[in-house]
Design a binder for this molecule. Structure first.
Ligand SMILES: Cc1ncc(C[n+]2csc(CCOP(=O)(O)OP(=O)(O)O)c2C)c(N)n1
Ligand SMILES: [Mg+2]
Length: 768
């Protein structure tokens, strides 16, 4: 691509670019060399990664972005972001000395923890990069349902090695993504990752991969200086030589003197003589400048590329850059975490015209750079979006299931009932599933609300009488179906769960996947929760209770994960009504400043619902409900307990059967049903002053005067409930699953893992 002619403002833009480079370097320098560091522990920060993307970000913030655009910035460029925020008057000067300080600028751009909220949190490579894709879908969803999400591009500034992450490609190839014209990625193609020069970096391969997925591909390879050389005699040979050079050889050229370049640059190919002839006529300084003259550092070349974005499909701009551009560490393979020495920093200061004794100096408002900055600040000023508060969610829909039901089926049922009982809340529910909506019992709900798509699509099976699941795709649909990629699913959930504070439109997102795949999705979901996304993750079916579906599909560690995950309340209900109550309580905590996410672990085990013995009296029913959503309740109370059986989820049936047998054997047993180990753990911590959670549930479910030996049993790792014995320090045995399983019928599988009724009885007899 050839650059357009430089504009009058280019010199001022260059000055701003150099000041951004200076500030980003100085922010990291201050954190590492100036701020006192009594422990001597590494602070860190990335000057070379920042320098690599400084031109790109300057071009974007000063010329290209609009007020409705949102940008995800690669993690190690946070100093550049803060430098721009500072120059644009958003970030006060006293924050520039706080990088990585407690309460200061975060290591990586953060939506919730930085003084100027980042548009997207980044840091988990591949996840921050893809977030704007999901943000774009979430905004389109808000626009089709409520019409208030605004427009604007969704940018992602991506490190080239981030493209090693599978998460990137899972997102790029999702069929929904090819329609997103507002998505633009700029790849900072510096051919370096953390520890190495990427051996063979096929830009051509990358171009092909993005193009095959339907993306517009723009490549900004060379700057104006090199492009001009390429037009001279020997120019085509020089272009071929640089095009064909390996990454390490090219990186080595960056650190050579002019004399060395004259010897090395021609190479030993057919074009060597022509290249030698060409560069013989180039002055030393120009030659050194020319080898590093890549398009990602050429404002005009970037401007041209950004001007070509067609907005009809996603765009990727592959911008060739140098890691450490303009710094003494430029192009060095080990520059990722390298810090400039004091002398090198002073050299930089001298080159860009800054006094190191006054590192945070601003441009005079009347200067050309000052004028450009104030124009950009005005252009980027954002207006608040008008929206709605989170809807009121009922706590009880008043039904009492009898007969046999599963907790998984209760999910779909509750959503349908909610739509009827509280249409305003129902209208904000959006379900998401990675190609498992019918196998996770969402079929009825999907039939009712339809499948979301930005435009109406024809349902070719609407007149087929044998079709039970109707796939009506329309902008008013409330179910989003993605391909089988759990990481994409949680990425979208994080963004649907952020619309309440991004666009002032709260949604109640519920993502459903098989429970064993929760661990695959966990890190990106957790990152989304960290970034402010509030959503409900439903894992179903779960545990070894999915028996026949196979050993590899059985989930063992998820109850423990649920207990430990920050920002999330985890429930594992055993009855349909408990599921409804937990779901409603979780929905009621979404889309608000003090909100939390939830994880519901459900099952396909048919359970006799009369075992729940739901009280008829409205006050007693409400008391039960409160205990269910608080974490536990006493389901059976005997006169003089000899043992307490604590049971959860699918194991309630075994817990009750064992209690009956123990009582018959002369060892009367109380039965406590746990719905949330995490809430109980927090209550216990609170009782000891370590948490601010409510503690009443402990006195109600585990009163001191009934403290007797305890057996706990769950379909998951037994340590999840082991802490309960510590409430009153009673002797205890903890049953659960600790080994990989295998397919089989329920009775065999339970016996194999020692969680069957016999095992509970035997454990209790050992104790009493
Ligand atoms: C999932 C994940 N894996 C590993 C890391 C550690 N890490 C941070 S940056 C990085 C290399 C980044 O290289 P690139 O994206 O090319 O960035 P740049 O060269 O611009 O610094 C690695 C391995 C991480 N943050 N997240
Ligand atoms: Mg890189």
């Amino acid at each position: 691509m050839t650059a357009v002619a430089p504009t009058r403002a280019d010199a001022a833009l260059r000055e701003i670019e150099e000041r951004v480079l200076w500030l980003a370097s100085a922010i990291v320098d201050h954190a590492n060399r100036v701020r006192p560091n009594p422990t001597g522990l590494k602070v860190g920060g990335h000057q070379a990664s920042s320098a690599s993307i400084t031109t790109i970000m300057t071009a974007l913030w000063l010329e290209t972005l609009g007020p409705e655009d949102r940008v995800s910035v690669k993690p190690h460029a946070s100093p550049v972001l803060h430098a721009l925020e500072y120059l644009l008057g958003q970030l006060p000067a006293d924050k520039l000395t706080t990088l990585r300080e407690f309460g200061g600028l975060q290591s990586y751009p953060s939506r919730l923890k930085d003084p100027v909220p980042a548009d997207y949190s980044t840091g988990s490579v591949g996840i921050g990069a893809t977030a704007p894709i999901w943000g774009a879908i979430a905004r389109r969803y808000v626009n089709t349902q409520f019409g208030t999400g605004g427009a604007g591009r969704q940018w992602s500034l991506v490190g080239d090695a981030e493209l090693d992450e599978g998460a990137v490609w899972e997102a790029v190839v999702d069929p929904m993504v090819a329609e997103l014209g507002e998505v633009v990625w700029v790849v900072d193609l510096n051919r370096q990752s953390l520890d190495r020069v990427v051996p063979t970096f096929g830009a051509t391969r990358l171009q092909g991969m993005f193009a095959a997925a339907g993306w517009q591909v723009l490549t900004v390879k060379y700057g104006a200086l090199l492009e001009e050389l390429f037009t001279r005699d020997g120019g085509p040979e020089l272009r071929d030589r640089i095009d064909e050079m390996t990454n390490p050889e090219y990186q080595r050229m960056l650190r050579r003197s002019a004399d060395e370049l004259r010897a090395q640059l021609p190479g030993d190919g057919a074009g060597a003589a022509a290249i030698a002839g060409l560069i013989a006529g180039v002055a030393d300084d120009d030659l050194v400048a020319a080898v590093r003259n890549l398009g990602g550092h050429d404002l005009a070349a970037l401007r041209t590329a950004f001007g070509q974005i067609d907005d009809t499909r996603p765009t990727v701009v592959l911008a060739y850059t140098l890691k450490g551009y303009g710094l003494a560490t430029e192009g060095h393979p080990q520059n990722h975490s390298a810090l400039l020495s004091e002398a090198q920093l002073h050299e930089l200061a001298a080159r860009v015209g800054v006094d190191p004794a006054d590192p945070w100096a601003r441009f005079a408002p009347t200067s050309e750079p000052g004028r450009l900055l104030s124009a950009a600040a005005g252009r980027l000023a954002r207006t608040e979006h008008e929206g709605a508060p989170a809807p009121a969610v009922p706590t009880d829909l008043g039904r009492t299931p009898n007969g046999t039901a599963t907790t998984q089926a209760a999910l779909g049922r509750t959503l349908l009932d909610l739509n009827r009982a509280a249409p305003e809340a129902g209208a904000r529910v959006v379900t998401v599933s990675p190609d498992v909506s019918s196998s996770t019992n969402l079929g009825g709900w999907v039939n009712k609300v339809g499948v979301w798509s930005a435009e109406d699509r024809r349902d070719w099976f609407s007149d087929d009488p044998e079709t039970i699941l109707h796939w009506r795709e329309r902008p008013s649909g409330q179910h989003v179906e993605l391909g089988i990629a759990e990481v994409n699913l949680v990425g979208l959930m994080g963004e649907l769960g952020s619309t309440w504070n991004r666009w002032s439109q709260p949604l109640l997102p519920i993502g459903v996947m098989y429970d064993p795949f929760v661990s695959r999705a966990l890190e990106p979901w957790s990152f989304g929760v960290y970034a402010g996304g509030q959503s409900i993750l439903v894992g179903t079916p779960s545990g070894v209770t999915l028996a026949g579906e196979g050993g590899a599909h059985q989930s063992i560690t998820t109850p423990s994960i649920g207990l430990e995950q920050p920002g999330v309340v985890t429930y594992e209900p055993g009855f349909a009504l408990d599921t409804e109550w937990c779901l409603l309580a979780s929905l009621g905590r979404l889309g608000r400043p003090d909100g939390t996410s939830a994880y519901l672990r459900l099952s396909t085990r048919p359970v006799d619902q009369t075992l729940a013995a739901v009280p008829d009296d409205p006050a007693a029913r409400e008391r039960r409900r409160r205990q269910v959503v608080a974490g536990a309740y006493v389901l059976r109370r005997v006169a003089e307990p000899a043992v307490t059986v604590v049971t959860m989820g699918a194991m309630i049936t075994e817990g009750l059967a064992a209690a009956d047998r123990l009582t018959g054997l002369g060892h009367p047993a109380d039965v406590v049903v746990v719905t949330s180990p995490g809430l109980l753990f927090r209550a216990l911590q609170a009782r000891r002053g370590q948490d601010d959670a409510a503690t009443a549930v402990l006195d109600q479910a585990f009163p001191a005067d009934r403290a007797v030996p305890m057996v706990t049993v769950l379909d998951g790792h037994p340590h999840t409930l082991a802490f309960l014995a510590g409430i009153h320090r009673v002797p205890a045995v903890h049953l659960g699953v600790t080994r990989f399983g295998q397919s089989g019928d329920l009775a065999s599988v339970y016996r194999h893992h020692g969680i069957d009724t016999d095992a509970v009885v035997a454990a209790a007899l050992d104790l009493v």
